[in-house]
Design a protein around this ligand. Structure first.
Ligand code: BGC
Length: 737
């Protein structure tokens, strides 16, 4: 017998033995059978678990070194925001949870030397109005996480921008439920397609950072359904997040992580959400929160005590919490782990293709940059500008990013990325520093125009900047506005001397262009004096290249504002920041009297004219819209043609707004499309409205009520610029959530 035949005979015998094996020798872990449903698999595991094992899954560590006496990490943790130990006896993997709003975070460099691709800010992504890019960005982050050994991403931030000073708006997706929900869902889908669970956060109404642990959002329940909840409902429909993170704030008197209405009635009840609710870090107040819909306590060290261990066990023992509820909590966690593939496709630590990932970041930045003003076609920059002054914003070194848990240590091939300490008193002071992604707009511009002479001035001294501007053909001022989780901006001004700098440079050089790298809308007292304004947001890993490509016309700008730029904070429903003067610990009300009229809807309702409206964005091309048809019936279907009437290729983002609802005037975005067109080319676009966007939520009938009547629509360039208008009759219906 040859070796091969001996092996084959042995293999055949083994197969025979397996076939004849008694039932007792069947696979010990029947849940490994991937053909079973996630629920069936979760049930099979849960049945084998001891009570101790169940409780292991119900609370997680803050996986940082400062909670242990010797500075070590919890056993098995890679180092990240969160860690829930696995159960090796049953093959249940640990949950390695990392922040990832805009890239895989590595807080305080806990995983020594680990960097990641930094995506542009959420507002930049929202400005693309492109679900495909949201998916790509999510897939990129998910893939990097998987290759770093992480299997849960604390991503999916979709809180609505109710206040343009919110210090976390840069992580979120703007002020409109359809736009924010669609992109959030796609980004979550992108992450989870890499077998990494994504959260959807912060559920819900965590719409200001000021004293966020004690802010009680007071809002009409129907309005909540039509705004912040609707954004998450749409995201949930599209993305099916494995986990939902409840937030710090209170909603109508109940903490978000102990809010039976939002967690049990709406999320798990009306939406049939099958996954698990994890708390934000430090957001649990009692073991009883388990009865209100919370499934897992995160960052347990920063709660007053570890509520979801001994205190919760005691509640089970005395009958306050039924064992069935504990089993359900465990089931939800396991079910998502199976559904997303954590058992079947565990992460494998492998190298990341940072070059390819930087291209994803660049594409988002290029599609999200918004051209706000372009007098005399100052942009794209002509090759004739021989002397170019580049001023301020650390444009020589990189592009700004936002701070807090979303901060990414950017991948820097040469290991260099600048940080500038902001400081301040209090716990966060030492951690407050501005990080610049290592992508210099100045260097990128130099690469695009080899004949011009670029000179840089830091902008620290107005006089020096003015001198340089005077001696140049064109002056480009980079202005920055940094923000960070945990606090809101005091106002909408560019900080420091930047407004004065821009004024002075504009007075010195009539060809002044301003590039904004901001986390939020800013005021522009100098707007009339400059030729062009480009909003680049926090543009991420390849932001310098993206900005240069737009300035030089290699990329035709196509971003549109996902948030209204007000003329003054007095146009906001709450000009004074609620709770700003209160001491921590004092619960206070934030009256969301605007209800579902967030952002442009509020401006329309109050007949206010903003500085720049939601949806606004210029192009180097021009577009016309024609041939509108509006069909009614059960919902609205709006069709029209878009034509590129310019001389260069470009991308248009036509927006469809509801302008009246059964005769009542209002404004709501009900559809949008990104259309890429060569000069002279046309494309037919058809948008069918999600009935929830044209309905009102009826809290008595517990559903979306579309009243019969005539509904007005507009195809618009922005919330303030309707081009085609029409209307159609709807028959009226109730739509269940
Ligand atoms: C933030 C969350 C984050 C968590 C873990 C919290 O302070 O609100 O967004 O995921 O910390 O870092």
């Amino acid at each position: 017998m040859t070796t091969k035949t001996i092996l084959m005979a042995a293999f055949g015998a083994a197969l025979l033995c397996a076939a004849a094996a008694p039932a007792s020798a069947r696979p010990a872990r029947p849940w490994t059978n991937a053909s079973l449903s996630p629920d069936a698999r979760a049930d099979l595991v849960e049945k084998r678990m001891t009570q101790d094992e169940k409780f292991t899954l119900l609370h997680g560590y803050f996986a940082m070194p400062f909670f242990s006496k010797d500075g070590s990490l919890p056993k098995g943790a890679l180092g990240s925001a969160g860690f829930v130990p696995g159960i090796p006896r049953l093959g249940i993997p640990a949950l390695q949870e990392s922040d990832a709003s805009l890239g895989v975070a590595n807080p305080m460099n806990v995983r020594k030397g680990d960097s990641a691709t930094a995506l542009p800010s959420g507002l930049a992504l929202a400005a693309t109005f492109d679900p495909g890019l949201a998916y790509d960005g999510g897939a990129m982050i998910g893939q990097e996480a998987w290759r770093k050994g992480l299997n849960v991403l604390l991503a999916g931030g979709g809180n609505l921008a109710r206040d343009p000073r919110n210090g976390r708006n840069f992580e979120y997706l703007g002020e409109d439920p359809l736009l924010a929900g669609t992109l959030d869902g796609e980004s979550i889908r992108g992450i989870q397609d890499q077998h990494v669970v994504s959260t959807m956060k912060h559920f819900v109404l965590n719409d200001q950072e000021t004293n966020r642990h004690w802010a009680n959002g007071v809002i009409d329940p129907a309005a909540l359904r039509e705004s912040d909840l609707l954004a998450f409902e749409i995201a949930n429909d599209r993305g099916h997040p494995g986990s939902v993170m409840c937030s710090y704030n209170l909603i109508n008197g109940h903490y978000a992580c102990a809010n039976k209405f939002t967690l049990d009635t709406v999320l798990k009840g009306d939406w049939g959400y099958p996954g698990w609710v994890m708390s934000d870090w430090g957001a649990v107040h009692s073991a009883n929160d388990a009865l209100e819909g919370l499934d897992q306590e995160s960052g347990q060290e920063i709660d007053k005590q570890i509520f979801f261990d001994k205190p919760l066990r005691a509640l089970v023992k005395d009958g306050t919490v039924p064992q069935a509820r504990i089993d359900n909590m465990v089931h939800r966690i396991l079910r998502s782990m199976f559904a997303v593939g954590l058992f079947d496709h565990p992460p494998v630590q492998t190298p990341v293709d940072y070059k390819a990932d930087a291209e994803v970041a660049q594409s988002v930045a290029e599609h999200g940059i918004v051209l706000l003003k372009n007098a005399d076609n100052a942009l794209p920059l002509a090759a004739g500008a021989k002397h170019v002054a580049v001023i301020g914003g650390h444009a020589d070194a990189g592009v700004l990013s936002g701070g807090g848990s979303a901060q990414v240590i950017p991948h820097a091939p040469r290991g260099m990325y600048p940080t500038v300490a902001v400081g301040g008193e209090g716990m966060m002071g030492p951690f407050s520093s501005m990080t610049f992604d290592p992508s210099s707009p100045l260097q990128a511009m130099r690469g695009l125009d080899k004949d011009a002479e670029f000179r840089f001035d830091t902008g620290r001294y107005v006089a020096a900047a003015v001198k340089l501007a005077k001696a140049s053909d064109v002056a480009i001022v980079f202005a920055t506005q940094w923000e960070m989780e945990g606090s809101d901006l005091p106002d909408l001004s560019l900080p420091g001397n930047q407004d004065a700098l821009i004024e002075a440079v504009a007075a010195a050089n009539p060809h002044t262009i301003v590039v904004l790298e901001t986390g939020n809308p800013v005021l522009m007292p100098w707007l009339d004096k400059v030729q062009a304004v480009v909003e680049a947001w926090y543009p991420g890993q390849s932001g310098g290249e993206a900005i240069a490509n737009v300035l030089y016309g290699k990329v035709n700008p196509s971003g549109h504002l996902p948030i209204t730029f007000p003329k003054s904070i007095d146009q906001n429903p709450r000009p004074d920041m609620p709770g700003i003067d209160l001491k921590p610990g004092q619960v206070f009300d934030v009256h969301y009297t605007e209800g579902a009229k967030v952002g442009y809807r509020w401006f329309a309702d109050q007949k206010l004219t903003p500085l720049f409206p939601f949806g606004f964005g210029l192009s180097y091309a021009s577009f016309s819209f024609s041939n509108l048809t509006v069909e009614g019936g059960q919902t609205l279907t709006v069709s029209f043609d878009v034509t590129n009437t310019g001389s260069v290729a470009g991308e248009a983002v036509p927006q469809v707004y509801l302008t009246s609802q059964a005769g009542k005037p209002l404004e709501r975005l009900i559809g949008f499309e990104r259309v890429s067109l060569e000069p002279g080319q046309s494309q037919h676009v058809s948008v069918s409205a999600d009935p929830r966007l044209i309905a009102n939520f009826d809290t008595t009938a517990k559903g979306w009520r579309v009243d019969a009547g005539e509904y007005g629509v507009a195809v618009s360039r922005s919330a303030n610029d309707p081009v085609l208008t029409g209307s159609a009759a709807l028959t009226g219906e109730m739509v269940q959530p």
